[in-house]
Design a protein around this ligand. Structure first.
Ligand code: ARG
Length: 682
């Protein structure tokens, strides 16, 4: 925060506090706020609460005393914050989580009545170093809470108490109380040096966190229909979420909930029977499935006899008729091969588990819902209200023709995922338009006793629509949906043009040029998607995504290659970093820009923990961009290699080259999560 913003925040806090106090006084005068006082139950609970808080305070005091007496990093680790502190040298620490834990405990010790209130810690912008590296502004709101319970303490006093009661930590250099009651926290250089050395020695490791079994439902296109840009978004975002959660050590199930069941198969099968009568013995050369779908749809809409046959085919298929199953499998195979080509190009891993998988489970889940009296008849259909009766939209569990719906398969799927797969956390990467549908599914599942929010978590990772450069829904010039393979081809072509424009073909071998082309093309498409807040719509523009300045994949890929080349061109061997460290090379963080770069890199675990909570990947893109800009400041002001007038290397600053290597290592891990494939030459 700059100092003006800081001031404004203080004024704002004070104003709020004053307003709050005024209401308190008014209420007290009127006798409100005391109205529960004589309620016996309330008094009992209040007493119990006070006792518990005292008990907690005693325990916390003991923990702090214990930690202070031992003072070693692992001693601080033990009790409270499984998420914040390492159990081995190789794990990285989320500094934000660590300070949050320290201060949360300190609050509980200093003010037993506030036990359980979490401290709020945020990193300070590097542009205002006087406010420290991290800041805690909890004292202001704590003062309000205390005031409400009749204790008058200024935020500054509270800040002092928190600092006094905080356990010692090897991460912290010092704290300062500033302004109205901010605690500014300064990180210790020794800690940063050892953390960066560990990172070089053991590789970039995730922060500790509780391991969970997580199911991510992403991509999920529909068989026989074109995979469109909406599915592309889901594919890109879902893949990155899986990579992030896997890196954090979770057990991740990557599920492709293919739309491979439903009434559209009736017309497809009927059409297949007519077009390829030998389909049972000979694999039909369907070729263009898209055209095949259109043909059958046309017949379905125009020809009543065909329509009847199509309906009949659905019934046959759902009852397991072997020929219908055969036709259905053939259609699905053609579609899946098409999808797989896209997945291979974009390096996406998914387990296909489409709606058809749930056929028997749909029948089972209906029985369960029936046994719990949750189903109702409505005009020939069978429905279920997700919450209170008549509120919201009911789910259609069985259609009037006896068929199942998207609701039925999702009810069966949520049950399978929680009960059979034993997932604790379900993530649906699906466009924002399906938000109501998914909310209804969780609510209905909760009503049916399948989903328990106390032990399960469900997230709809929603995203907005993709727009063309004209600001309208992304379409081809002739108004058709864009074929994804065409889009990727165009990306390749544009990426090559860009590389040729920069005359990279003169420097790179044909193989290197091809690797660079693919890295840039697929990288820029993924990065353009991920670098926008996913909840808003975004404009698809090859021109913008291929820019080599600003927060783009091209800029980052170039920056990364440049950073990697520093150690390669210094005339010494940096291939084995542990060996370099063992030979006595040390990282010094004396220069202001070295220190700034080190602190930026050490934010990596904070960033990951944050994203694992909100699943907003643009934060990781912003972090990559920040690393690259902070790195260029460092590189501009700090010599890594000194050369004489004739260009010979006269001095190599080993510590700084190590810092370059640490930067490359962190960036590389971020790139992996974002699906960017760095190349050594570009
Ligand atoms: N196939 C669906 C569509 O294209 C997406 C499926 C999302 N997953 C789910 N469990 N409903 O819209």
């Amino acid at each position: 925060m700059c100092s003006l913003e800081h001031e404004a925040a203080v004024v704002d806090e004070m104003e709020q506090l004053t307003a709050h106090l005024r209401t308190q006084i008014e209420n007290t005068k009127r006798g409100e706020g005391f109205e529960f006082e004589d309620d016996e139950e309330y008094a009992k609970l209040k007493m119990e609460n006070t006792k518990l808080k005292h008990r907690l305070a005693i325990l916390n005091k003991a923990i702090v005393a214990e930690e202070n007496s031992q003072g070693s990093p692992s001693a601080v680790v033990t009790q409270y914050a499984s998420a914040a502190l390492p159990t081995t040298d190789s794990e990285m620490i989320s500094i934000t989580e660590h300070i949050t834990d320290l201060f949360t405990k300190a609050i509980a010790v200093a003010f037993p009545q506030l036990a359980g209130t979490s401290a709020i810690i945020s990193p300070v912008s590097a542009t205002t170093p006087k406010f420290g590296d991290y800041q805690c502004n909890s004292p202001m709101s704590l003062a309000k809470t205390l005031k409400a319970s009749g204790i008058n303490k200024s935020p500054r006093d509270i800040a002092n108490e928190i600092v006094k009661h905080a356990a010692q930590s090897p991460l912290l250099d010092r704290t300062e109380i500033a302004g109205a009651g901010f605690i500014n926290v300064f990180i210790k250089k020794d800690y940063a040096v050892s953390a960066i050395s560990n990172l070089l020695r053991y590789g970039v490791k995730p922060p500790a966190c509780r391991k969970q079994r997580i199911l991510v439902d992403f991509s999920s296109p529909n068989i026989a229909k074109q995979m469109h840009v909406g599915h592309l978004r889901s594919t890109i975002i879902g893949e990155s979420i899986c990579r992030l959660l896997e890196f954090l050590g979770h057990d991740v199930l990557r599920i492709n909930h293919l739309g491979d069941w439903g009434t559209q198969f009736g017309m497809l099968i009927a059409h297949l029977e007519d077009r390829f009568p030998n389909f049972v013995t000979e694999s039909p050369p369907i070729g263009d499935l898209q055209a095949f779908y259109k043909e059958s749809k046309k017949r379905f809409d125009e020809d009543e006899v065909f329509k009847k046959r199509a309906y009949n085919c659905v019934v046959l298929l759902q009852n397991g008729d072997p020929n219908s199953i055969k036709a259905w499998t053939q259609i699905c195979d053609v579609s899946r091969e098409e999808f797989q080509k896209i997945y291979d190009r974009l390096d996406i891993t998914l387990k296909p588990l489409g709606e058809s998988f749930y056929q028997s489970r749909m029948k089972e889940v209906i029985k369960l819902l029936e046994s719990k009296n949750l189903l109702e008849e409505d005009d020939g259909r069978i429905i279920m209200w997700p919450g209170e009766r008549s509120s919201g939209i009911p789910l259609t569990i069985v259609k009037s023709d006896g068929g199942f719906t998207y609701d039925t398969s999702d009810m069966a799927a949520i049950r399978y995922r929680l009960e059979e797969q034993k997932a604790e956390w379900l993530i649906y990467v699906v466009d924002s338009g399906q938000s109501t549908h998914l909310q209804n599914i969780y609510r209905a599942a909760e009503r049916a006793g399948i989903f328990n929010p106390k032990i399960h978590r469900a997230d709809h990772v929603n995203f907005g629509v993709v727009l063309g450069e004209d600001g309208k829904k992304f379409k081809t010039r002739s108004g058709e949906t864009v074929k994804l393979s065409d889009l990727l081809d165009e990306g390749l072509k544009r990426a090559l043009d860009k590389l040729l424009e920069k005359e990279r073909d003169k420097v790179l071998t044909p193989e290197e040029l091809k690797a660079a082309q693919e890295s840039v093309a697929y990288g820029c498409i993924k990065y353009a998607d991920l670098s926008h807040n996913r909840t808003s719509e975004y404009v698809f523009s090859f021109d913008k995504m291929l820019e080599d300045r600003g927060n783009t994949a091209v800029y980052l890929l170039y920056a990364f290659t440049r950073i990697c080349s520093i150690s390669r061109n210094c005339g010494e061997d940096f291939s084995d970093l542990a060996k370099v460290l063992d030979s006595g090379a040390t990282i010094e963080l004396d220069h202001e820009k070295e220190w700034k770069l080190a602190k930026t890199l050490l934010k990596f675990p904070d960033v990951l923990i944050k994203i694992s909570k909100d699943l907003l990947l643009h934060t990781l893109c912003e972090f990559c961009y920040e690393i690259c800009t902070v790195f260029s400041e460092f590189y501009d002001s700090c010599y890594c290699i000194e050369k004489n007038k004739s260009g010979e290397i006269v001095k190599v600053n080993h510590g700084r080259i190590l810092l370059c290597e640490a930067t490359a290592a962190v960036l590389k891990q971020c790139f992996y999560i974002l699906g960017l494939k760095p190349v050594s030459k570009i």
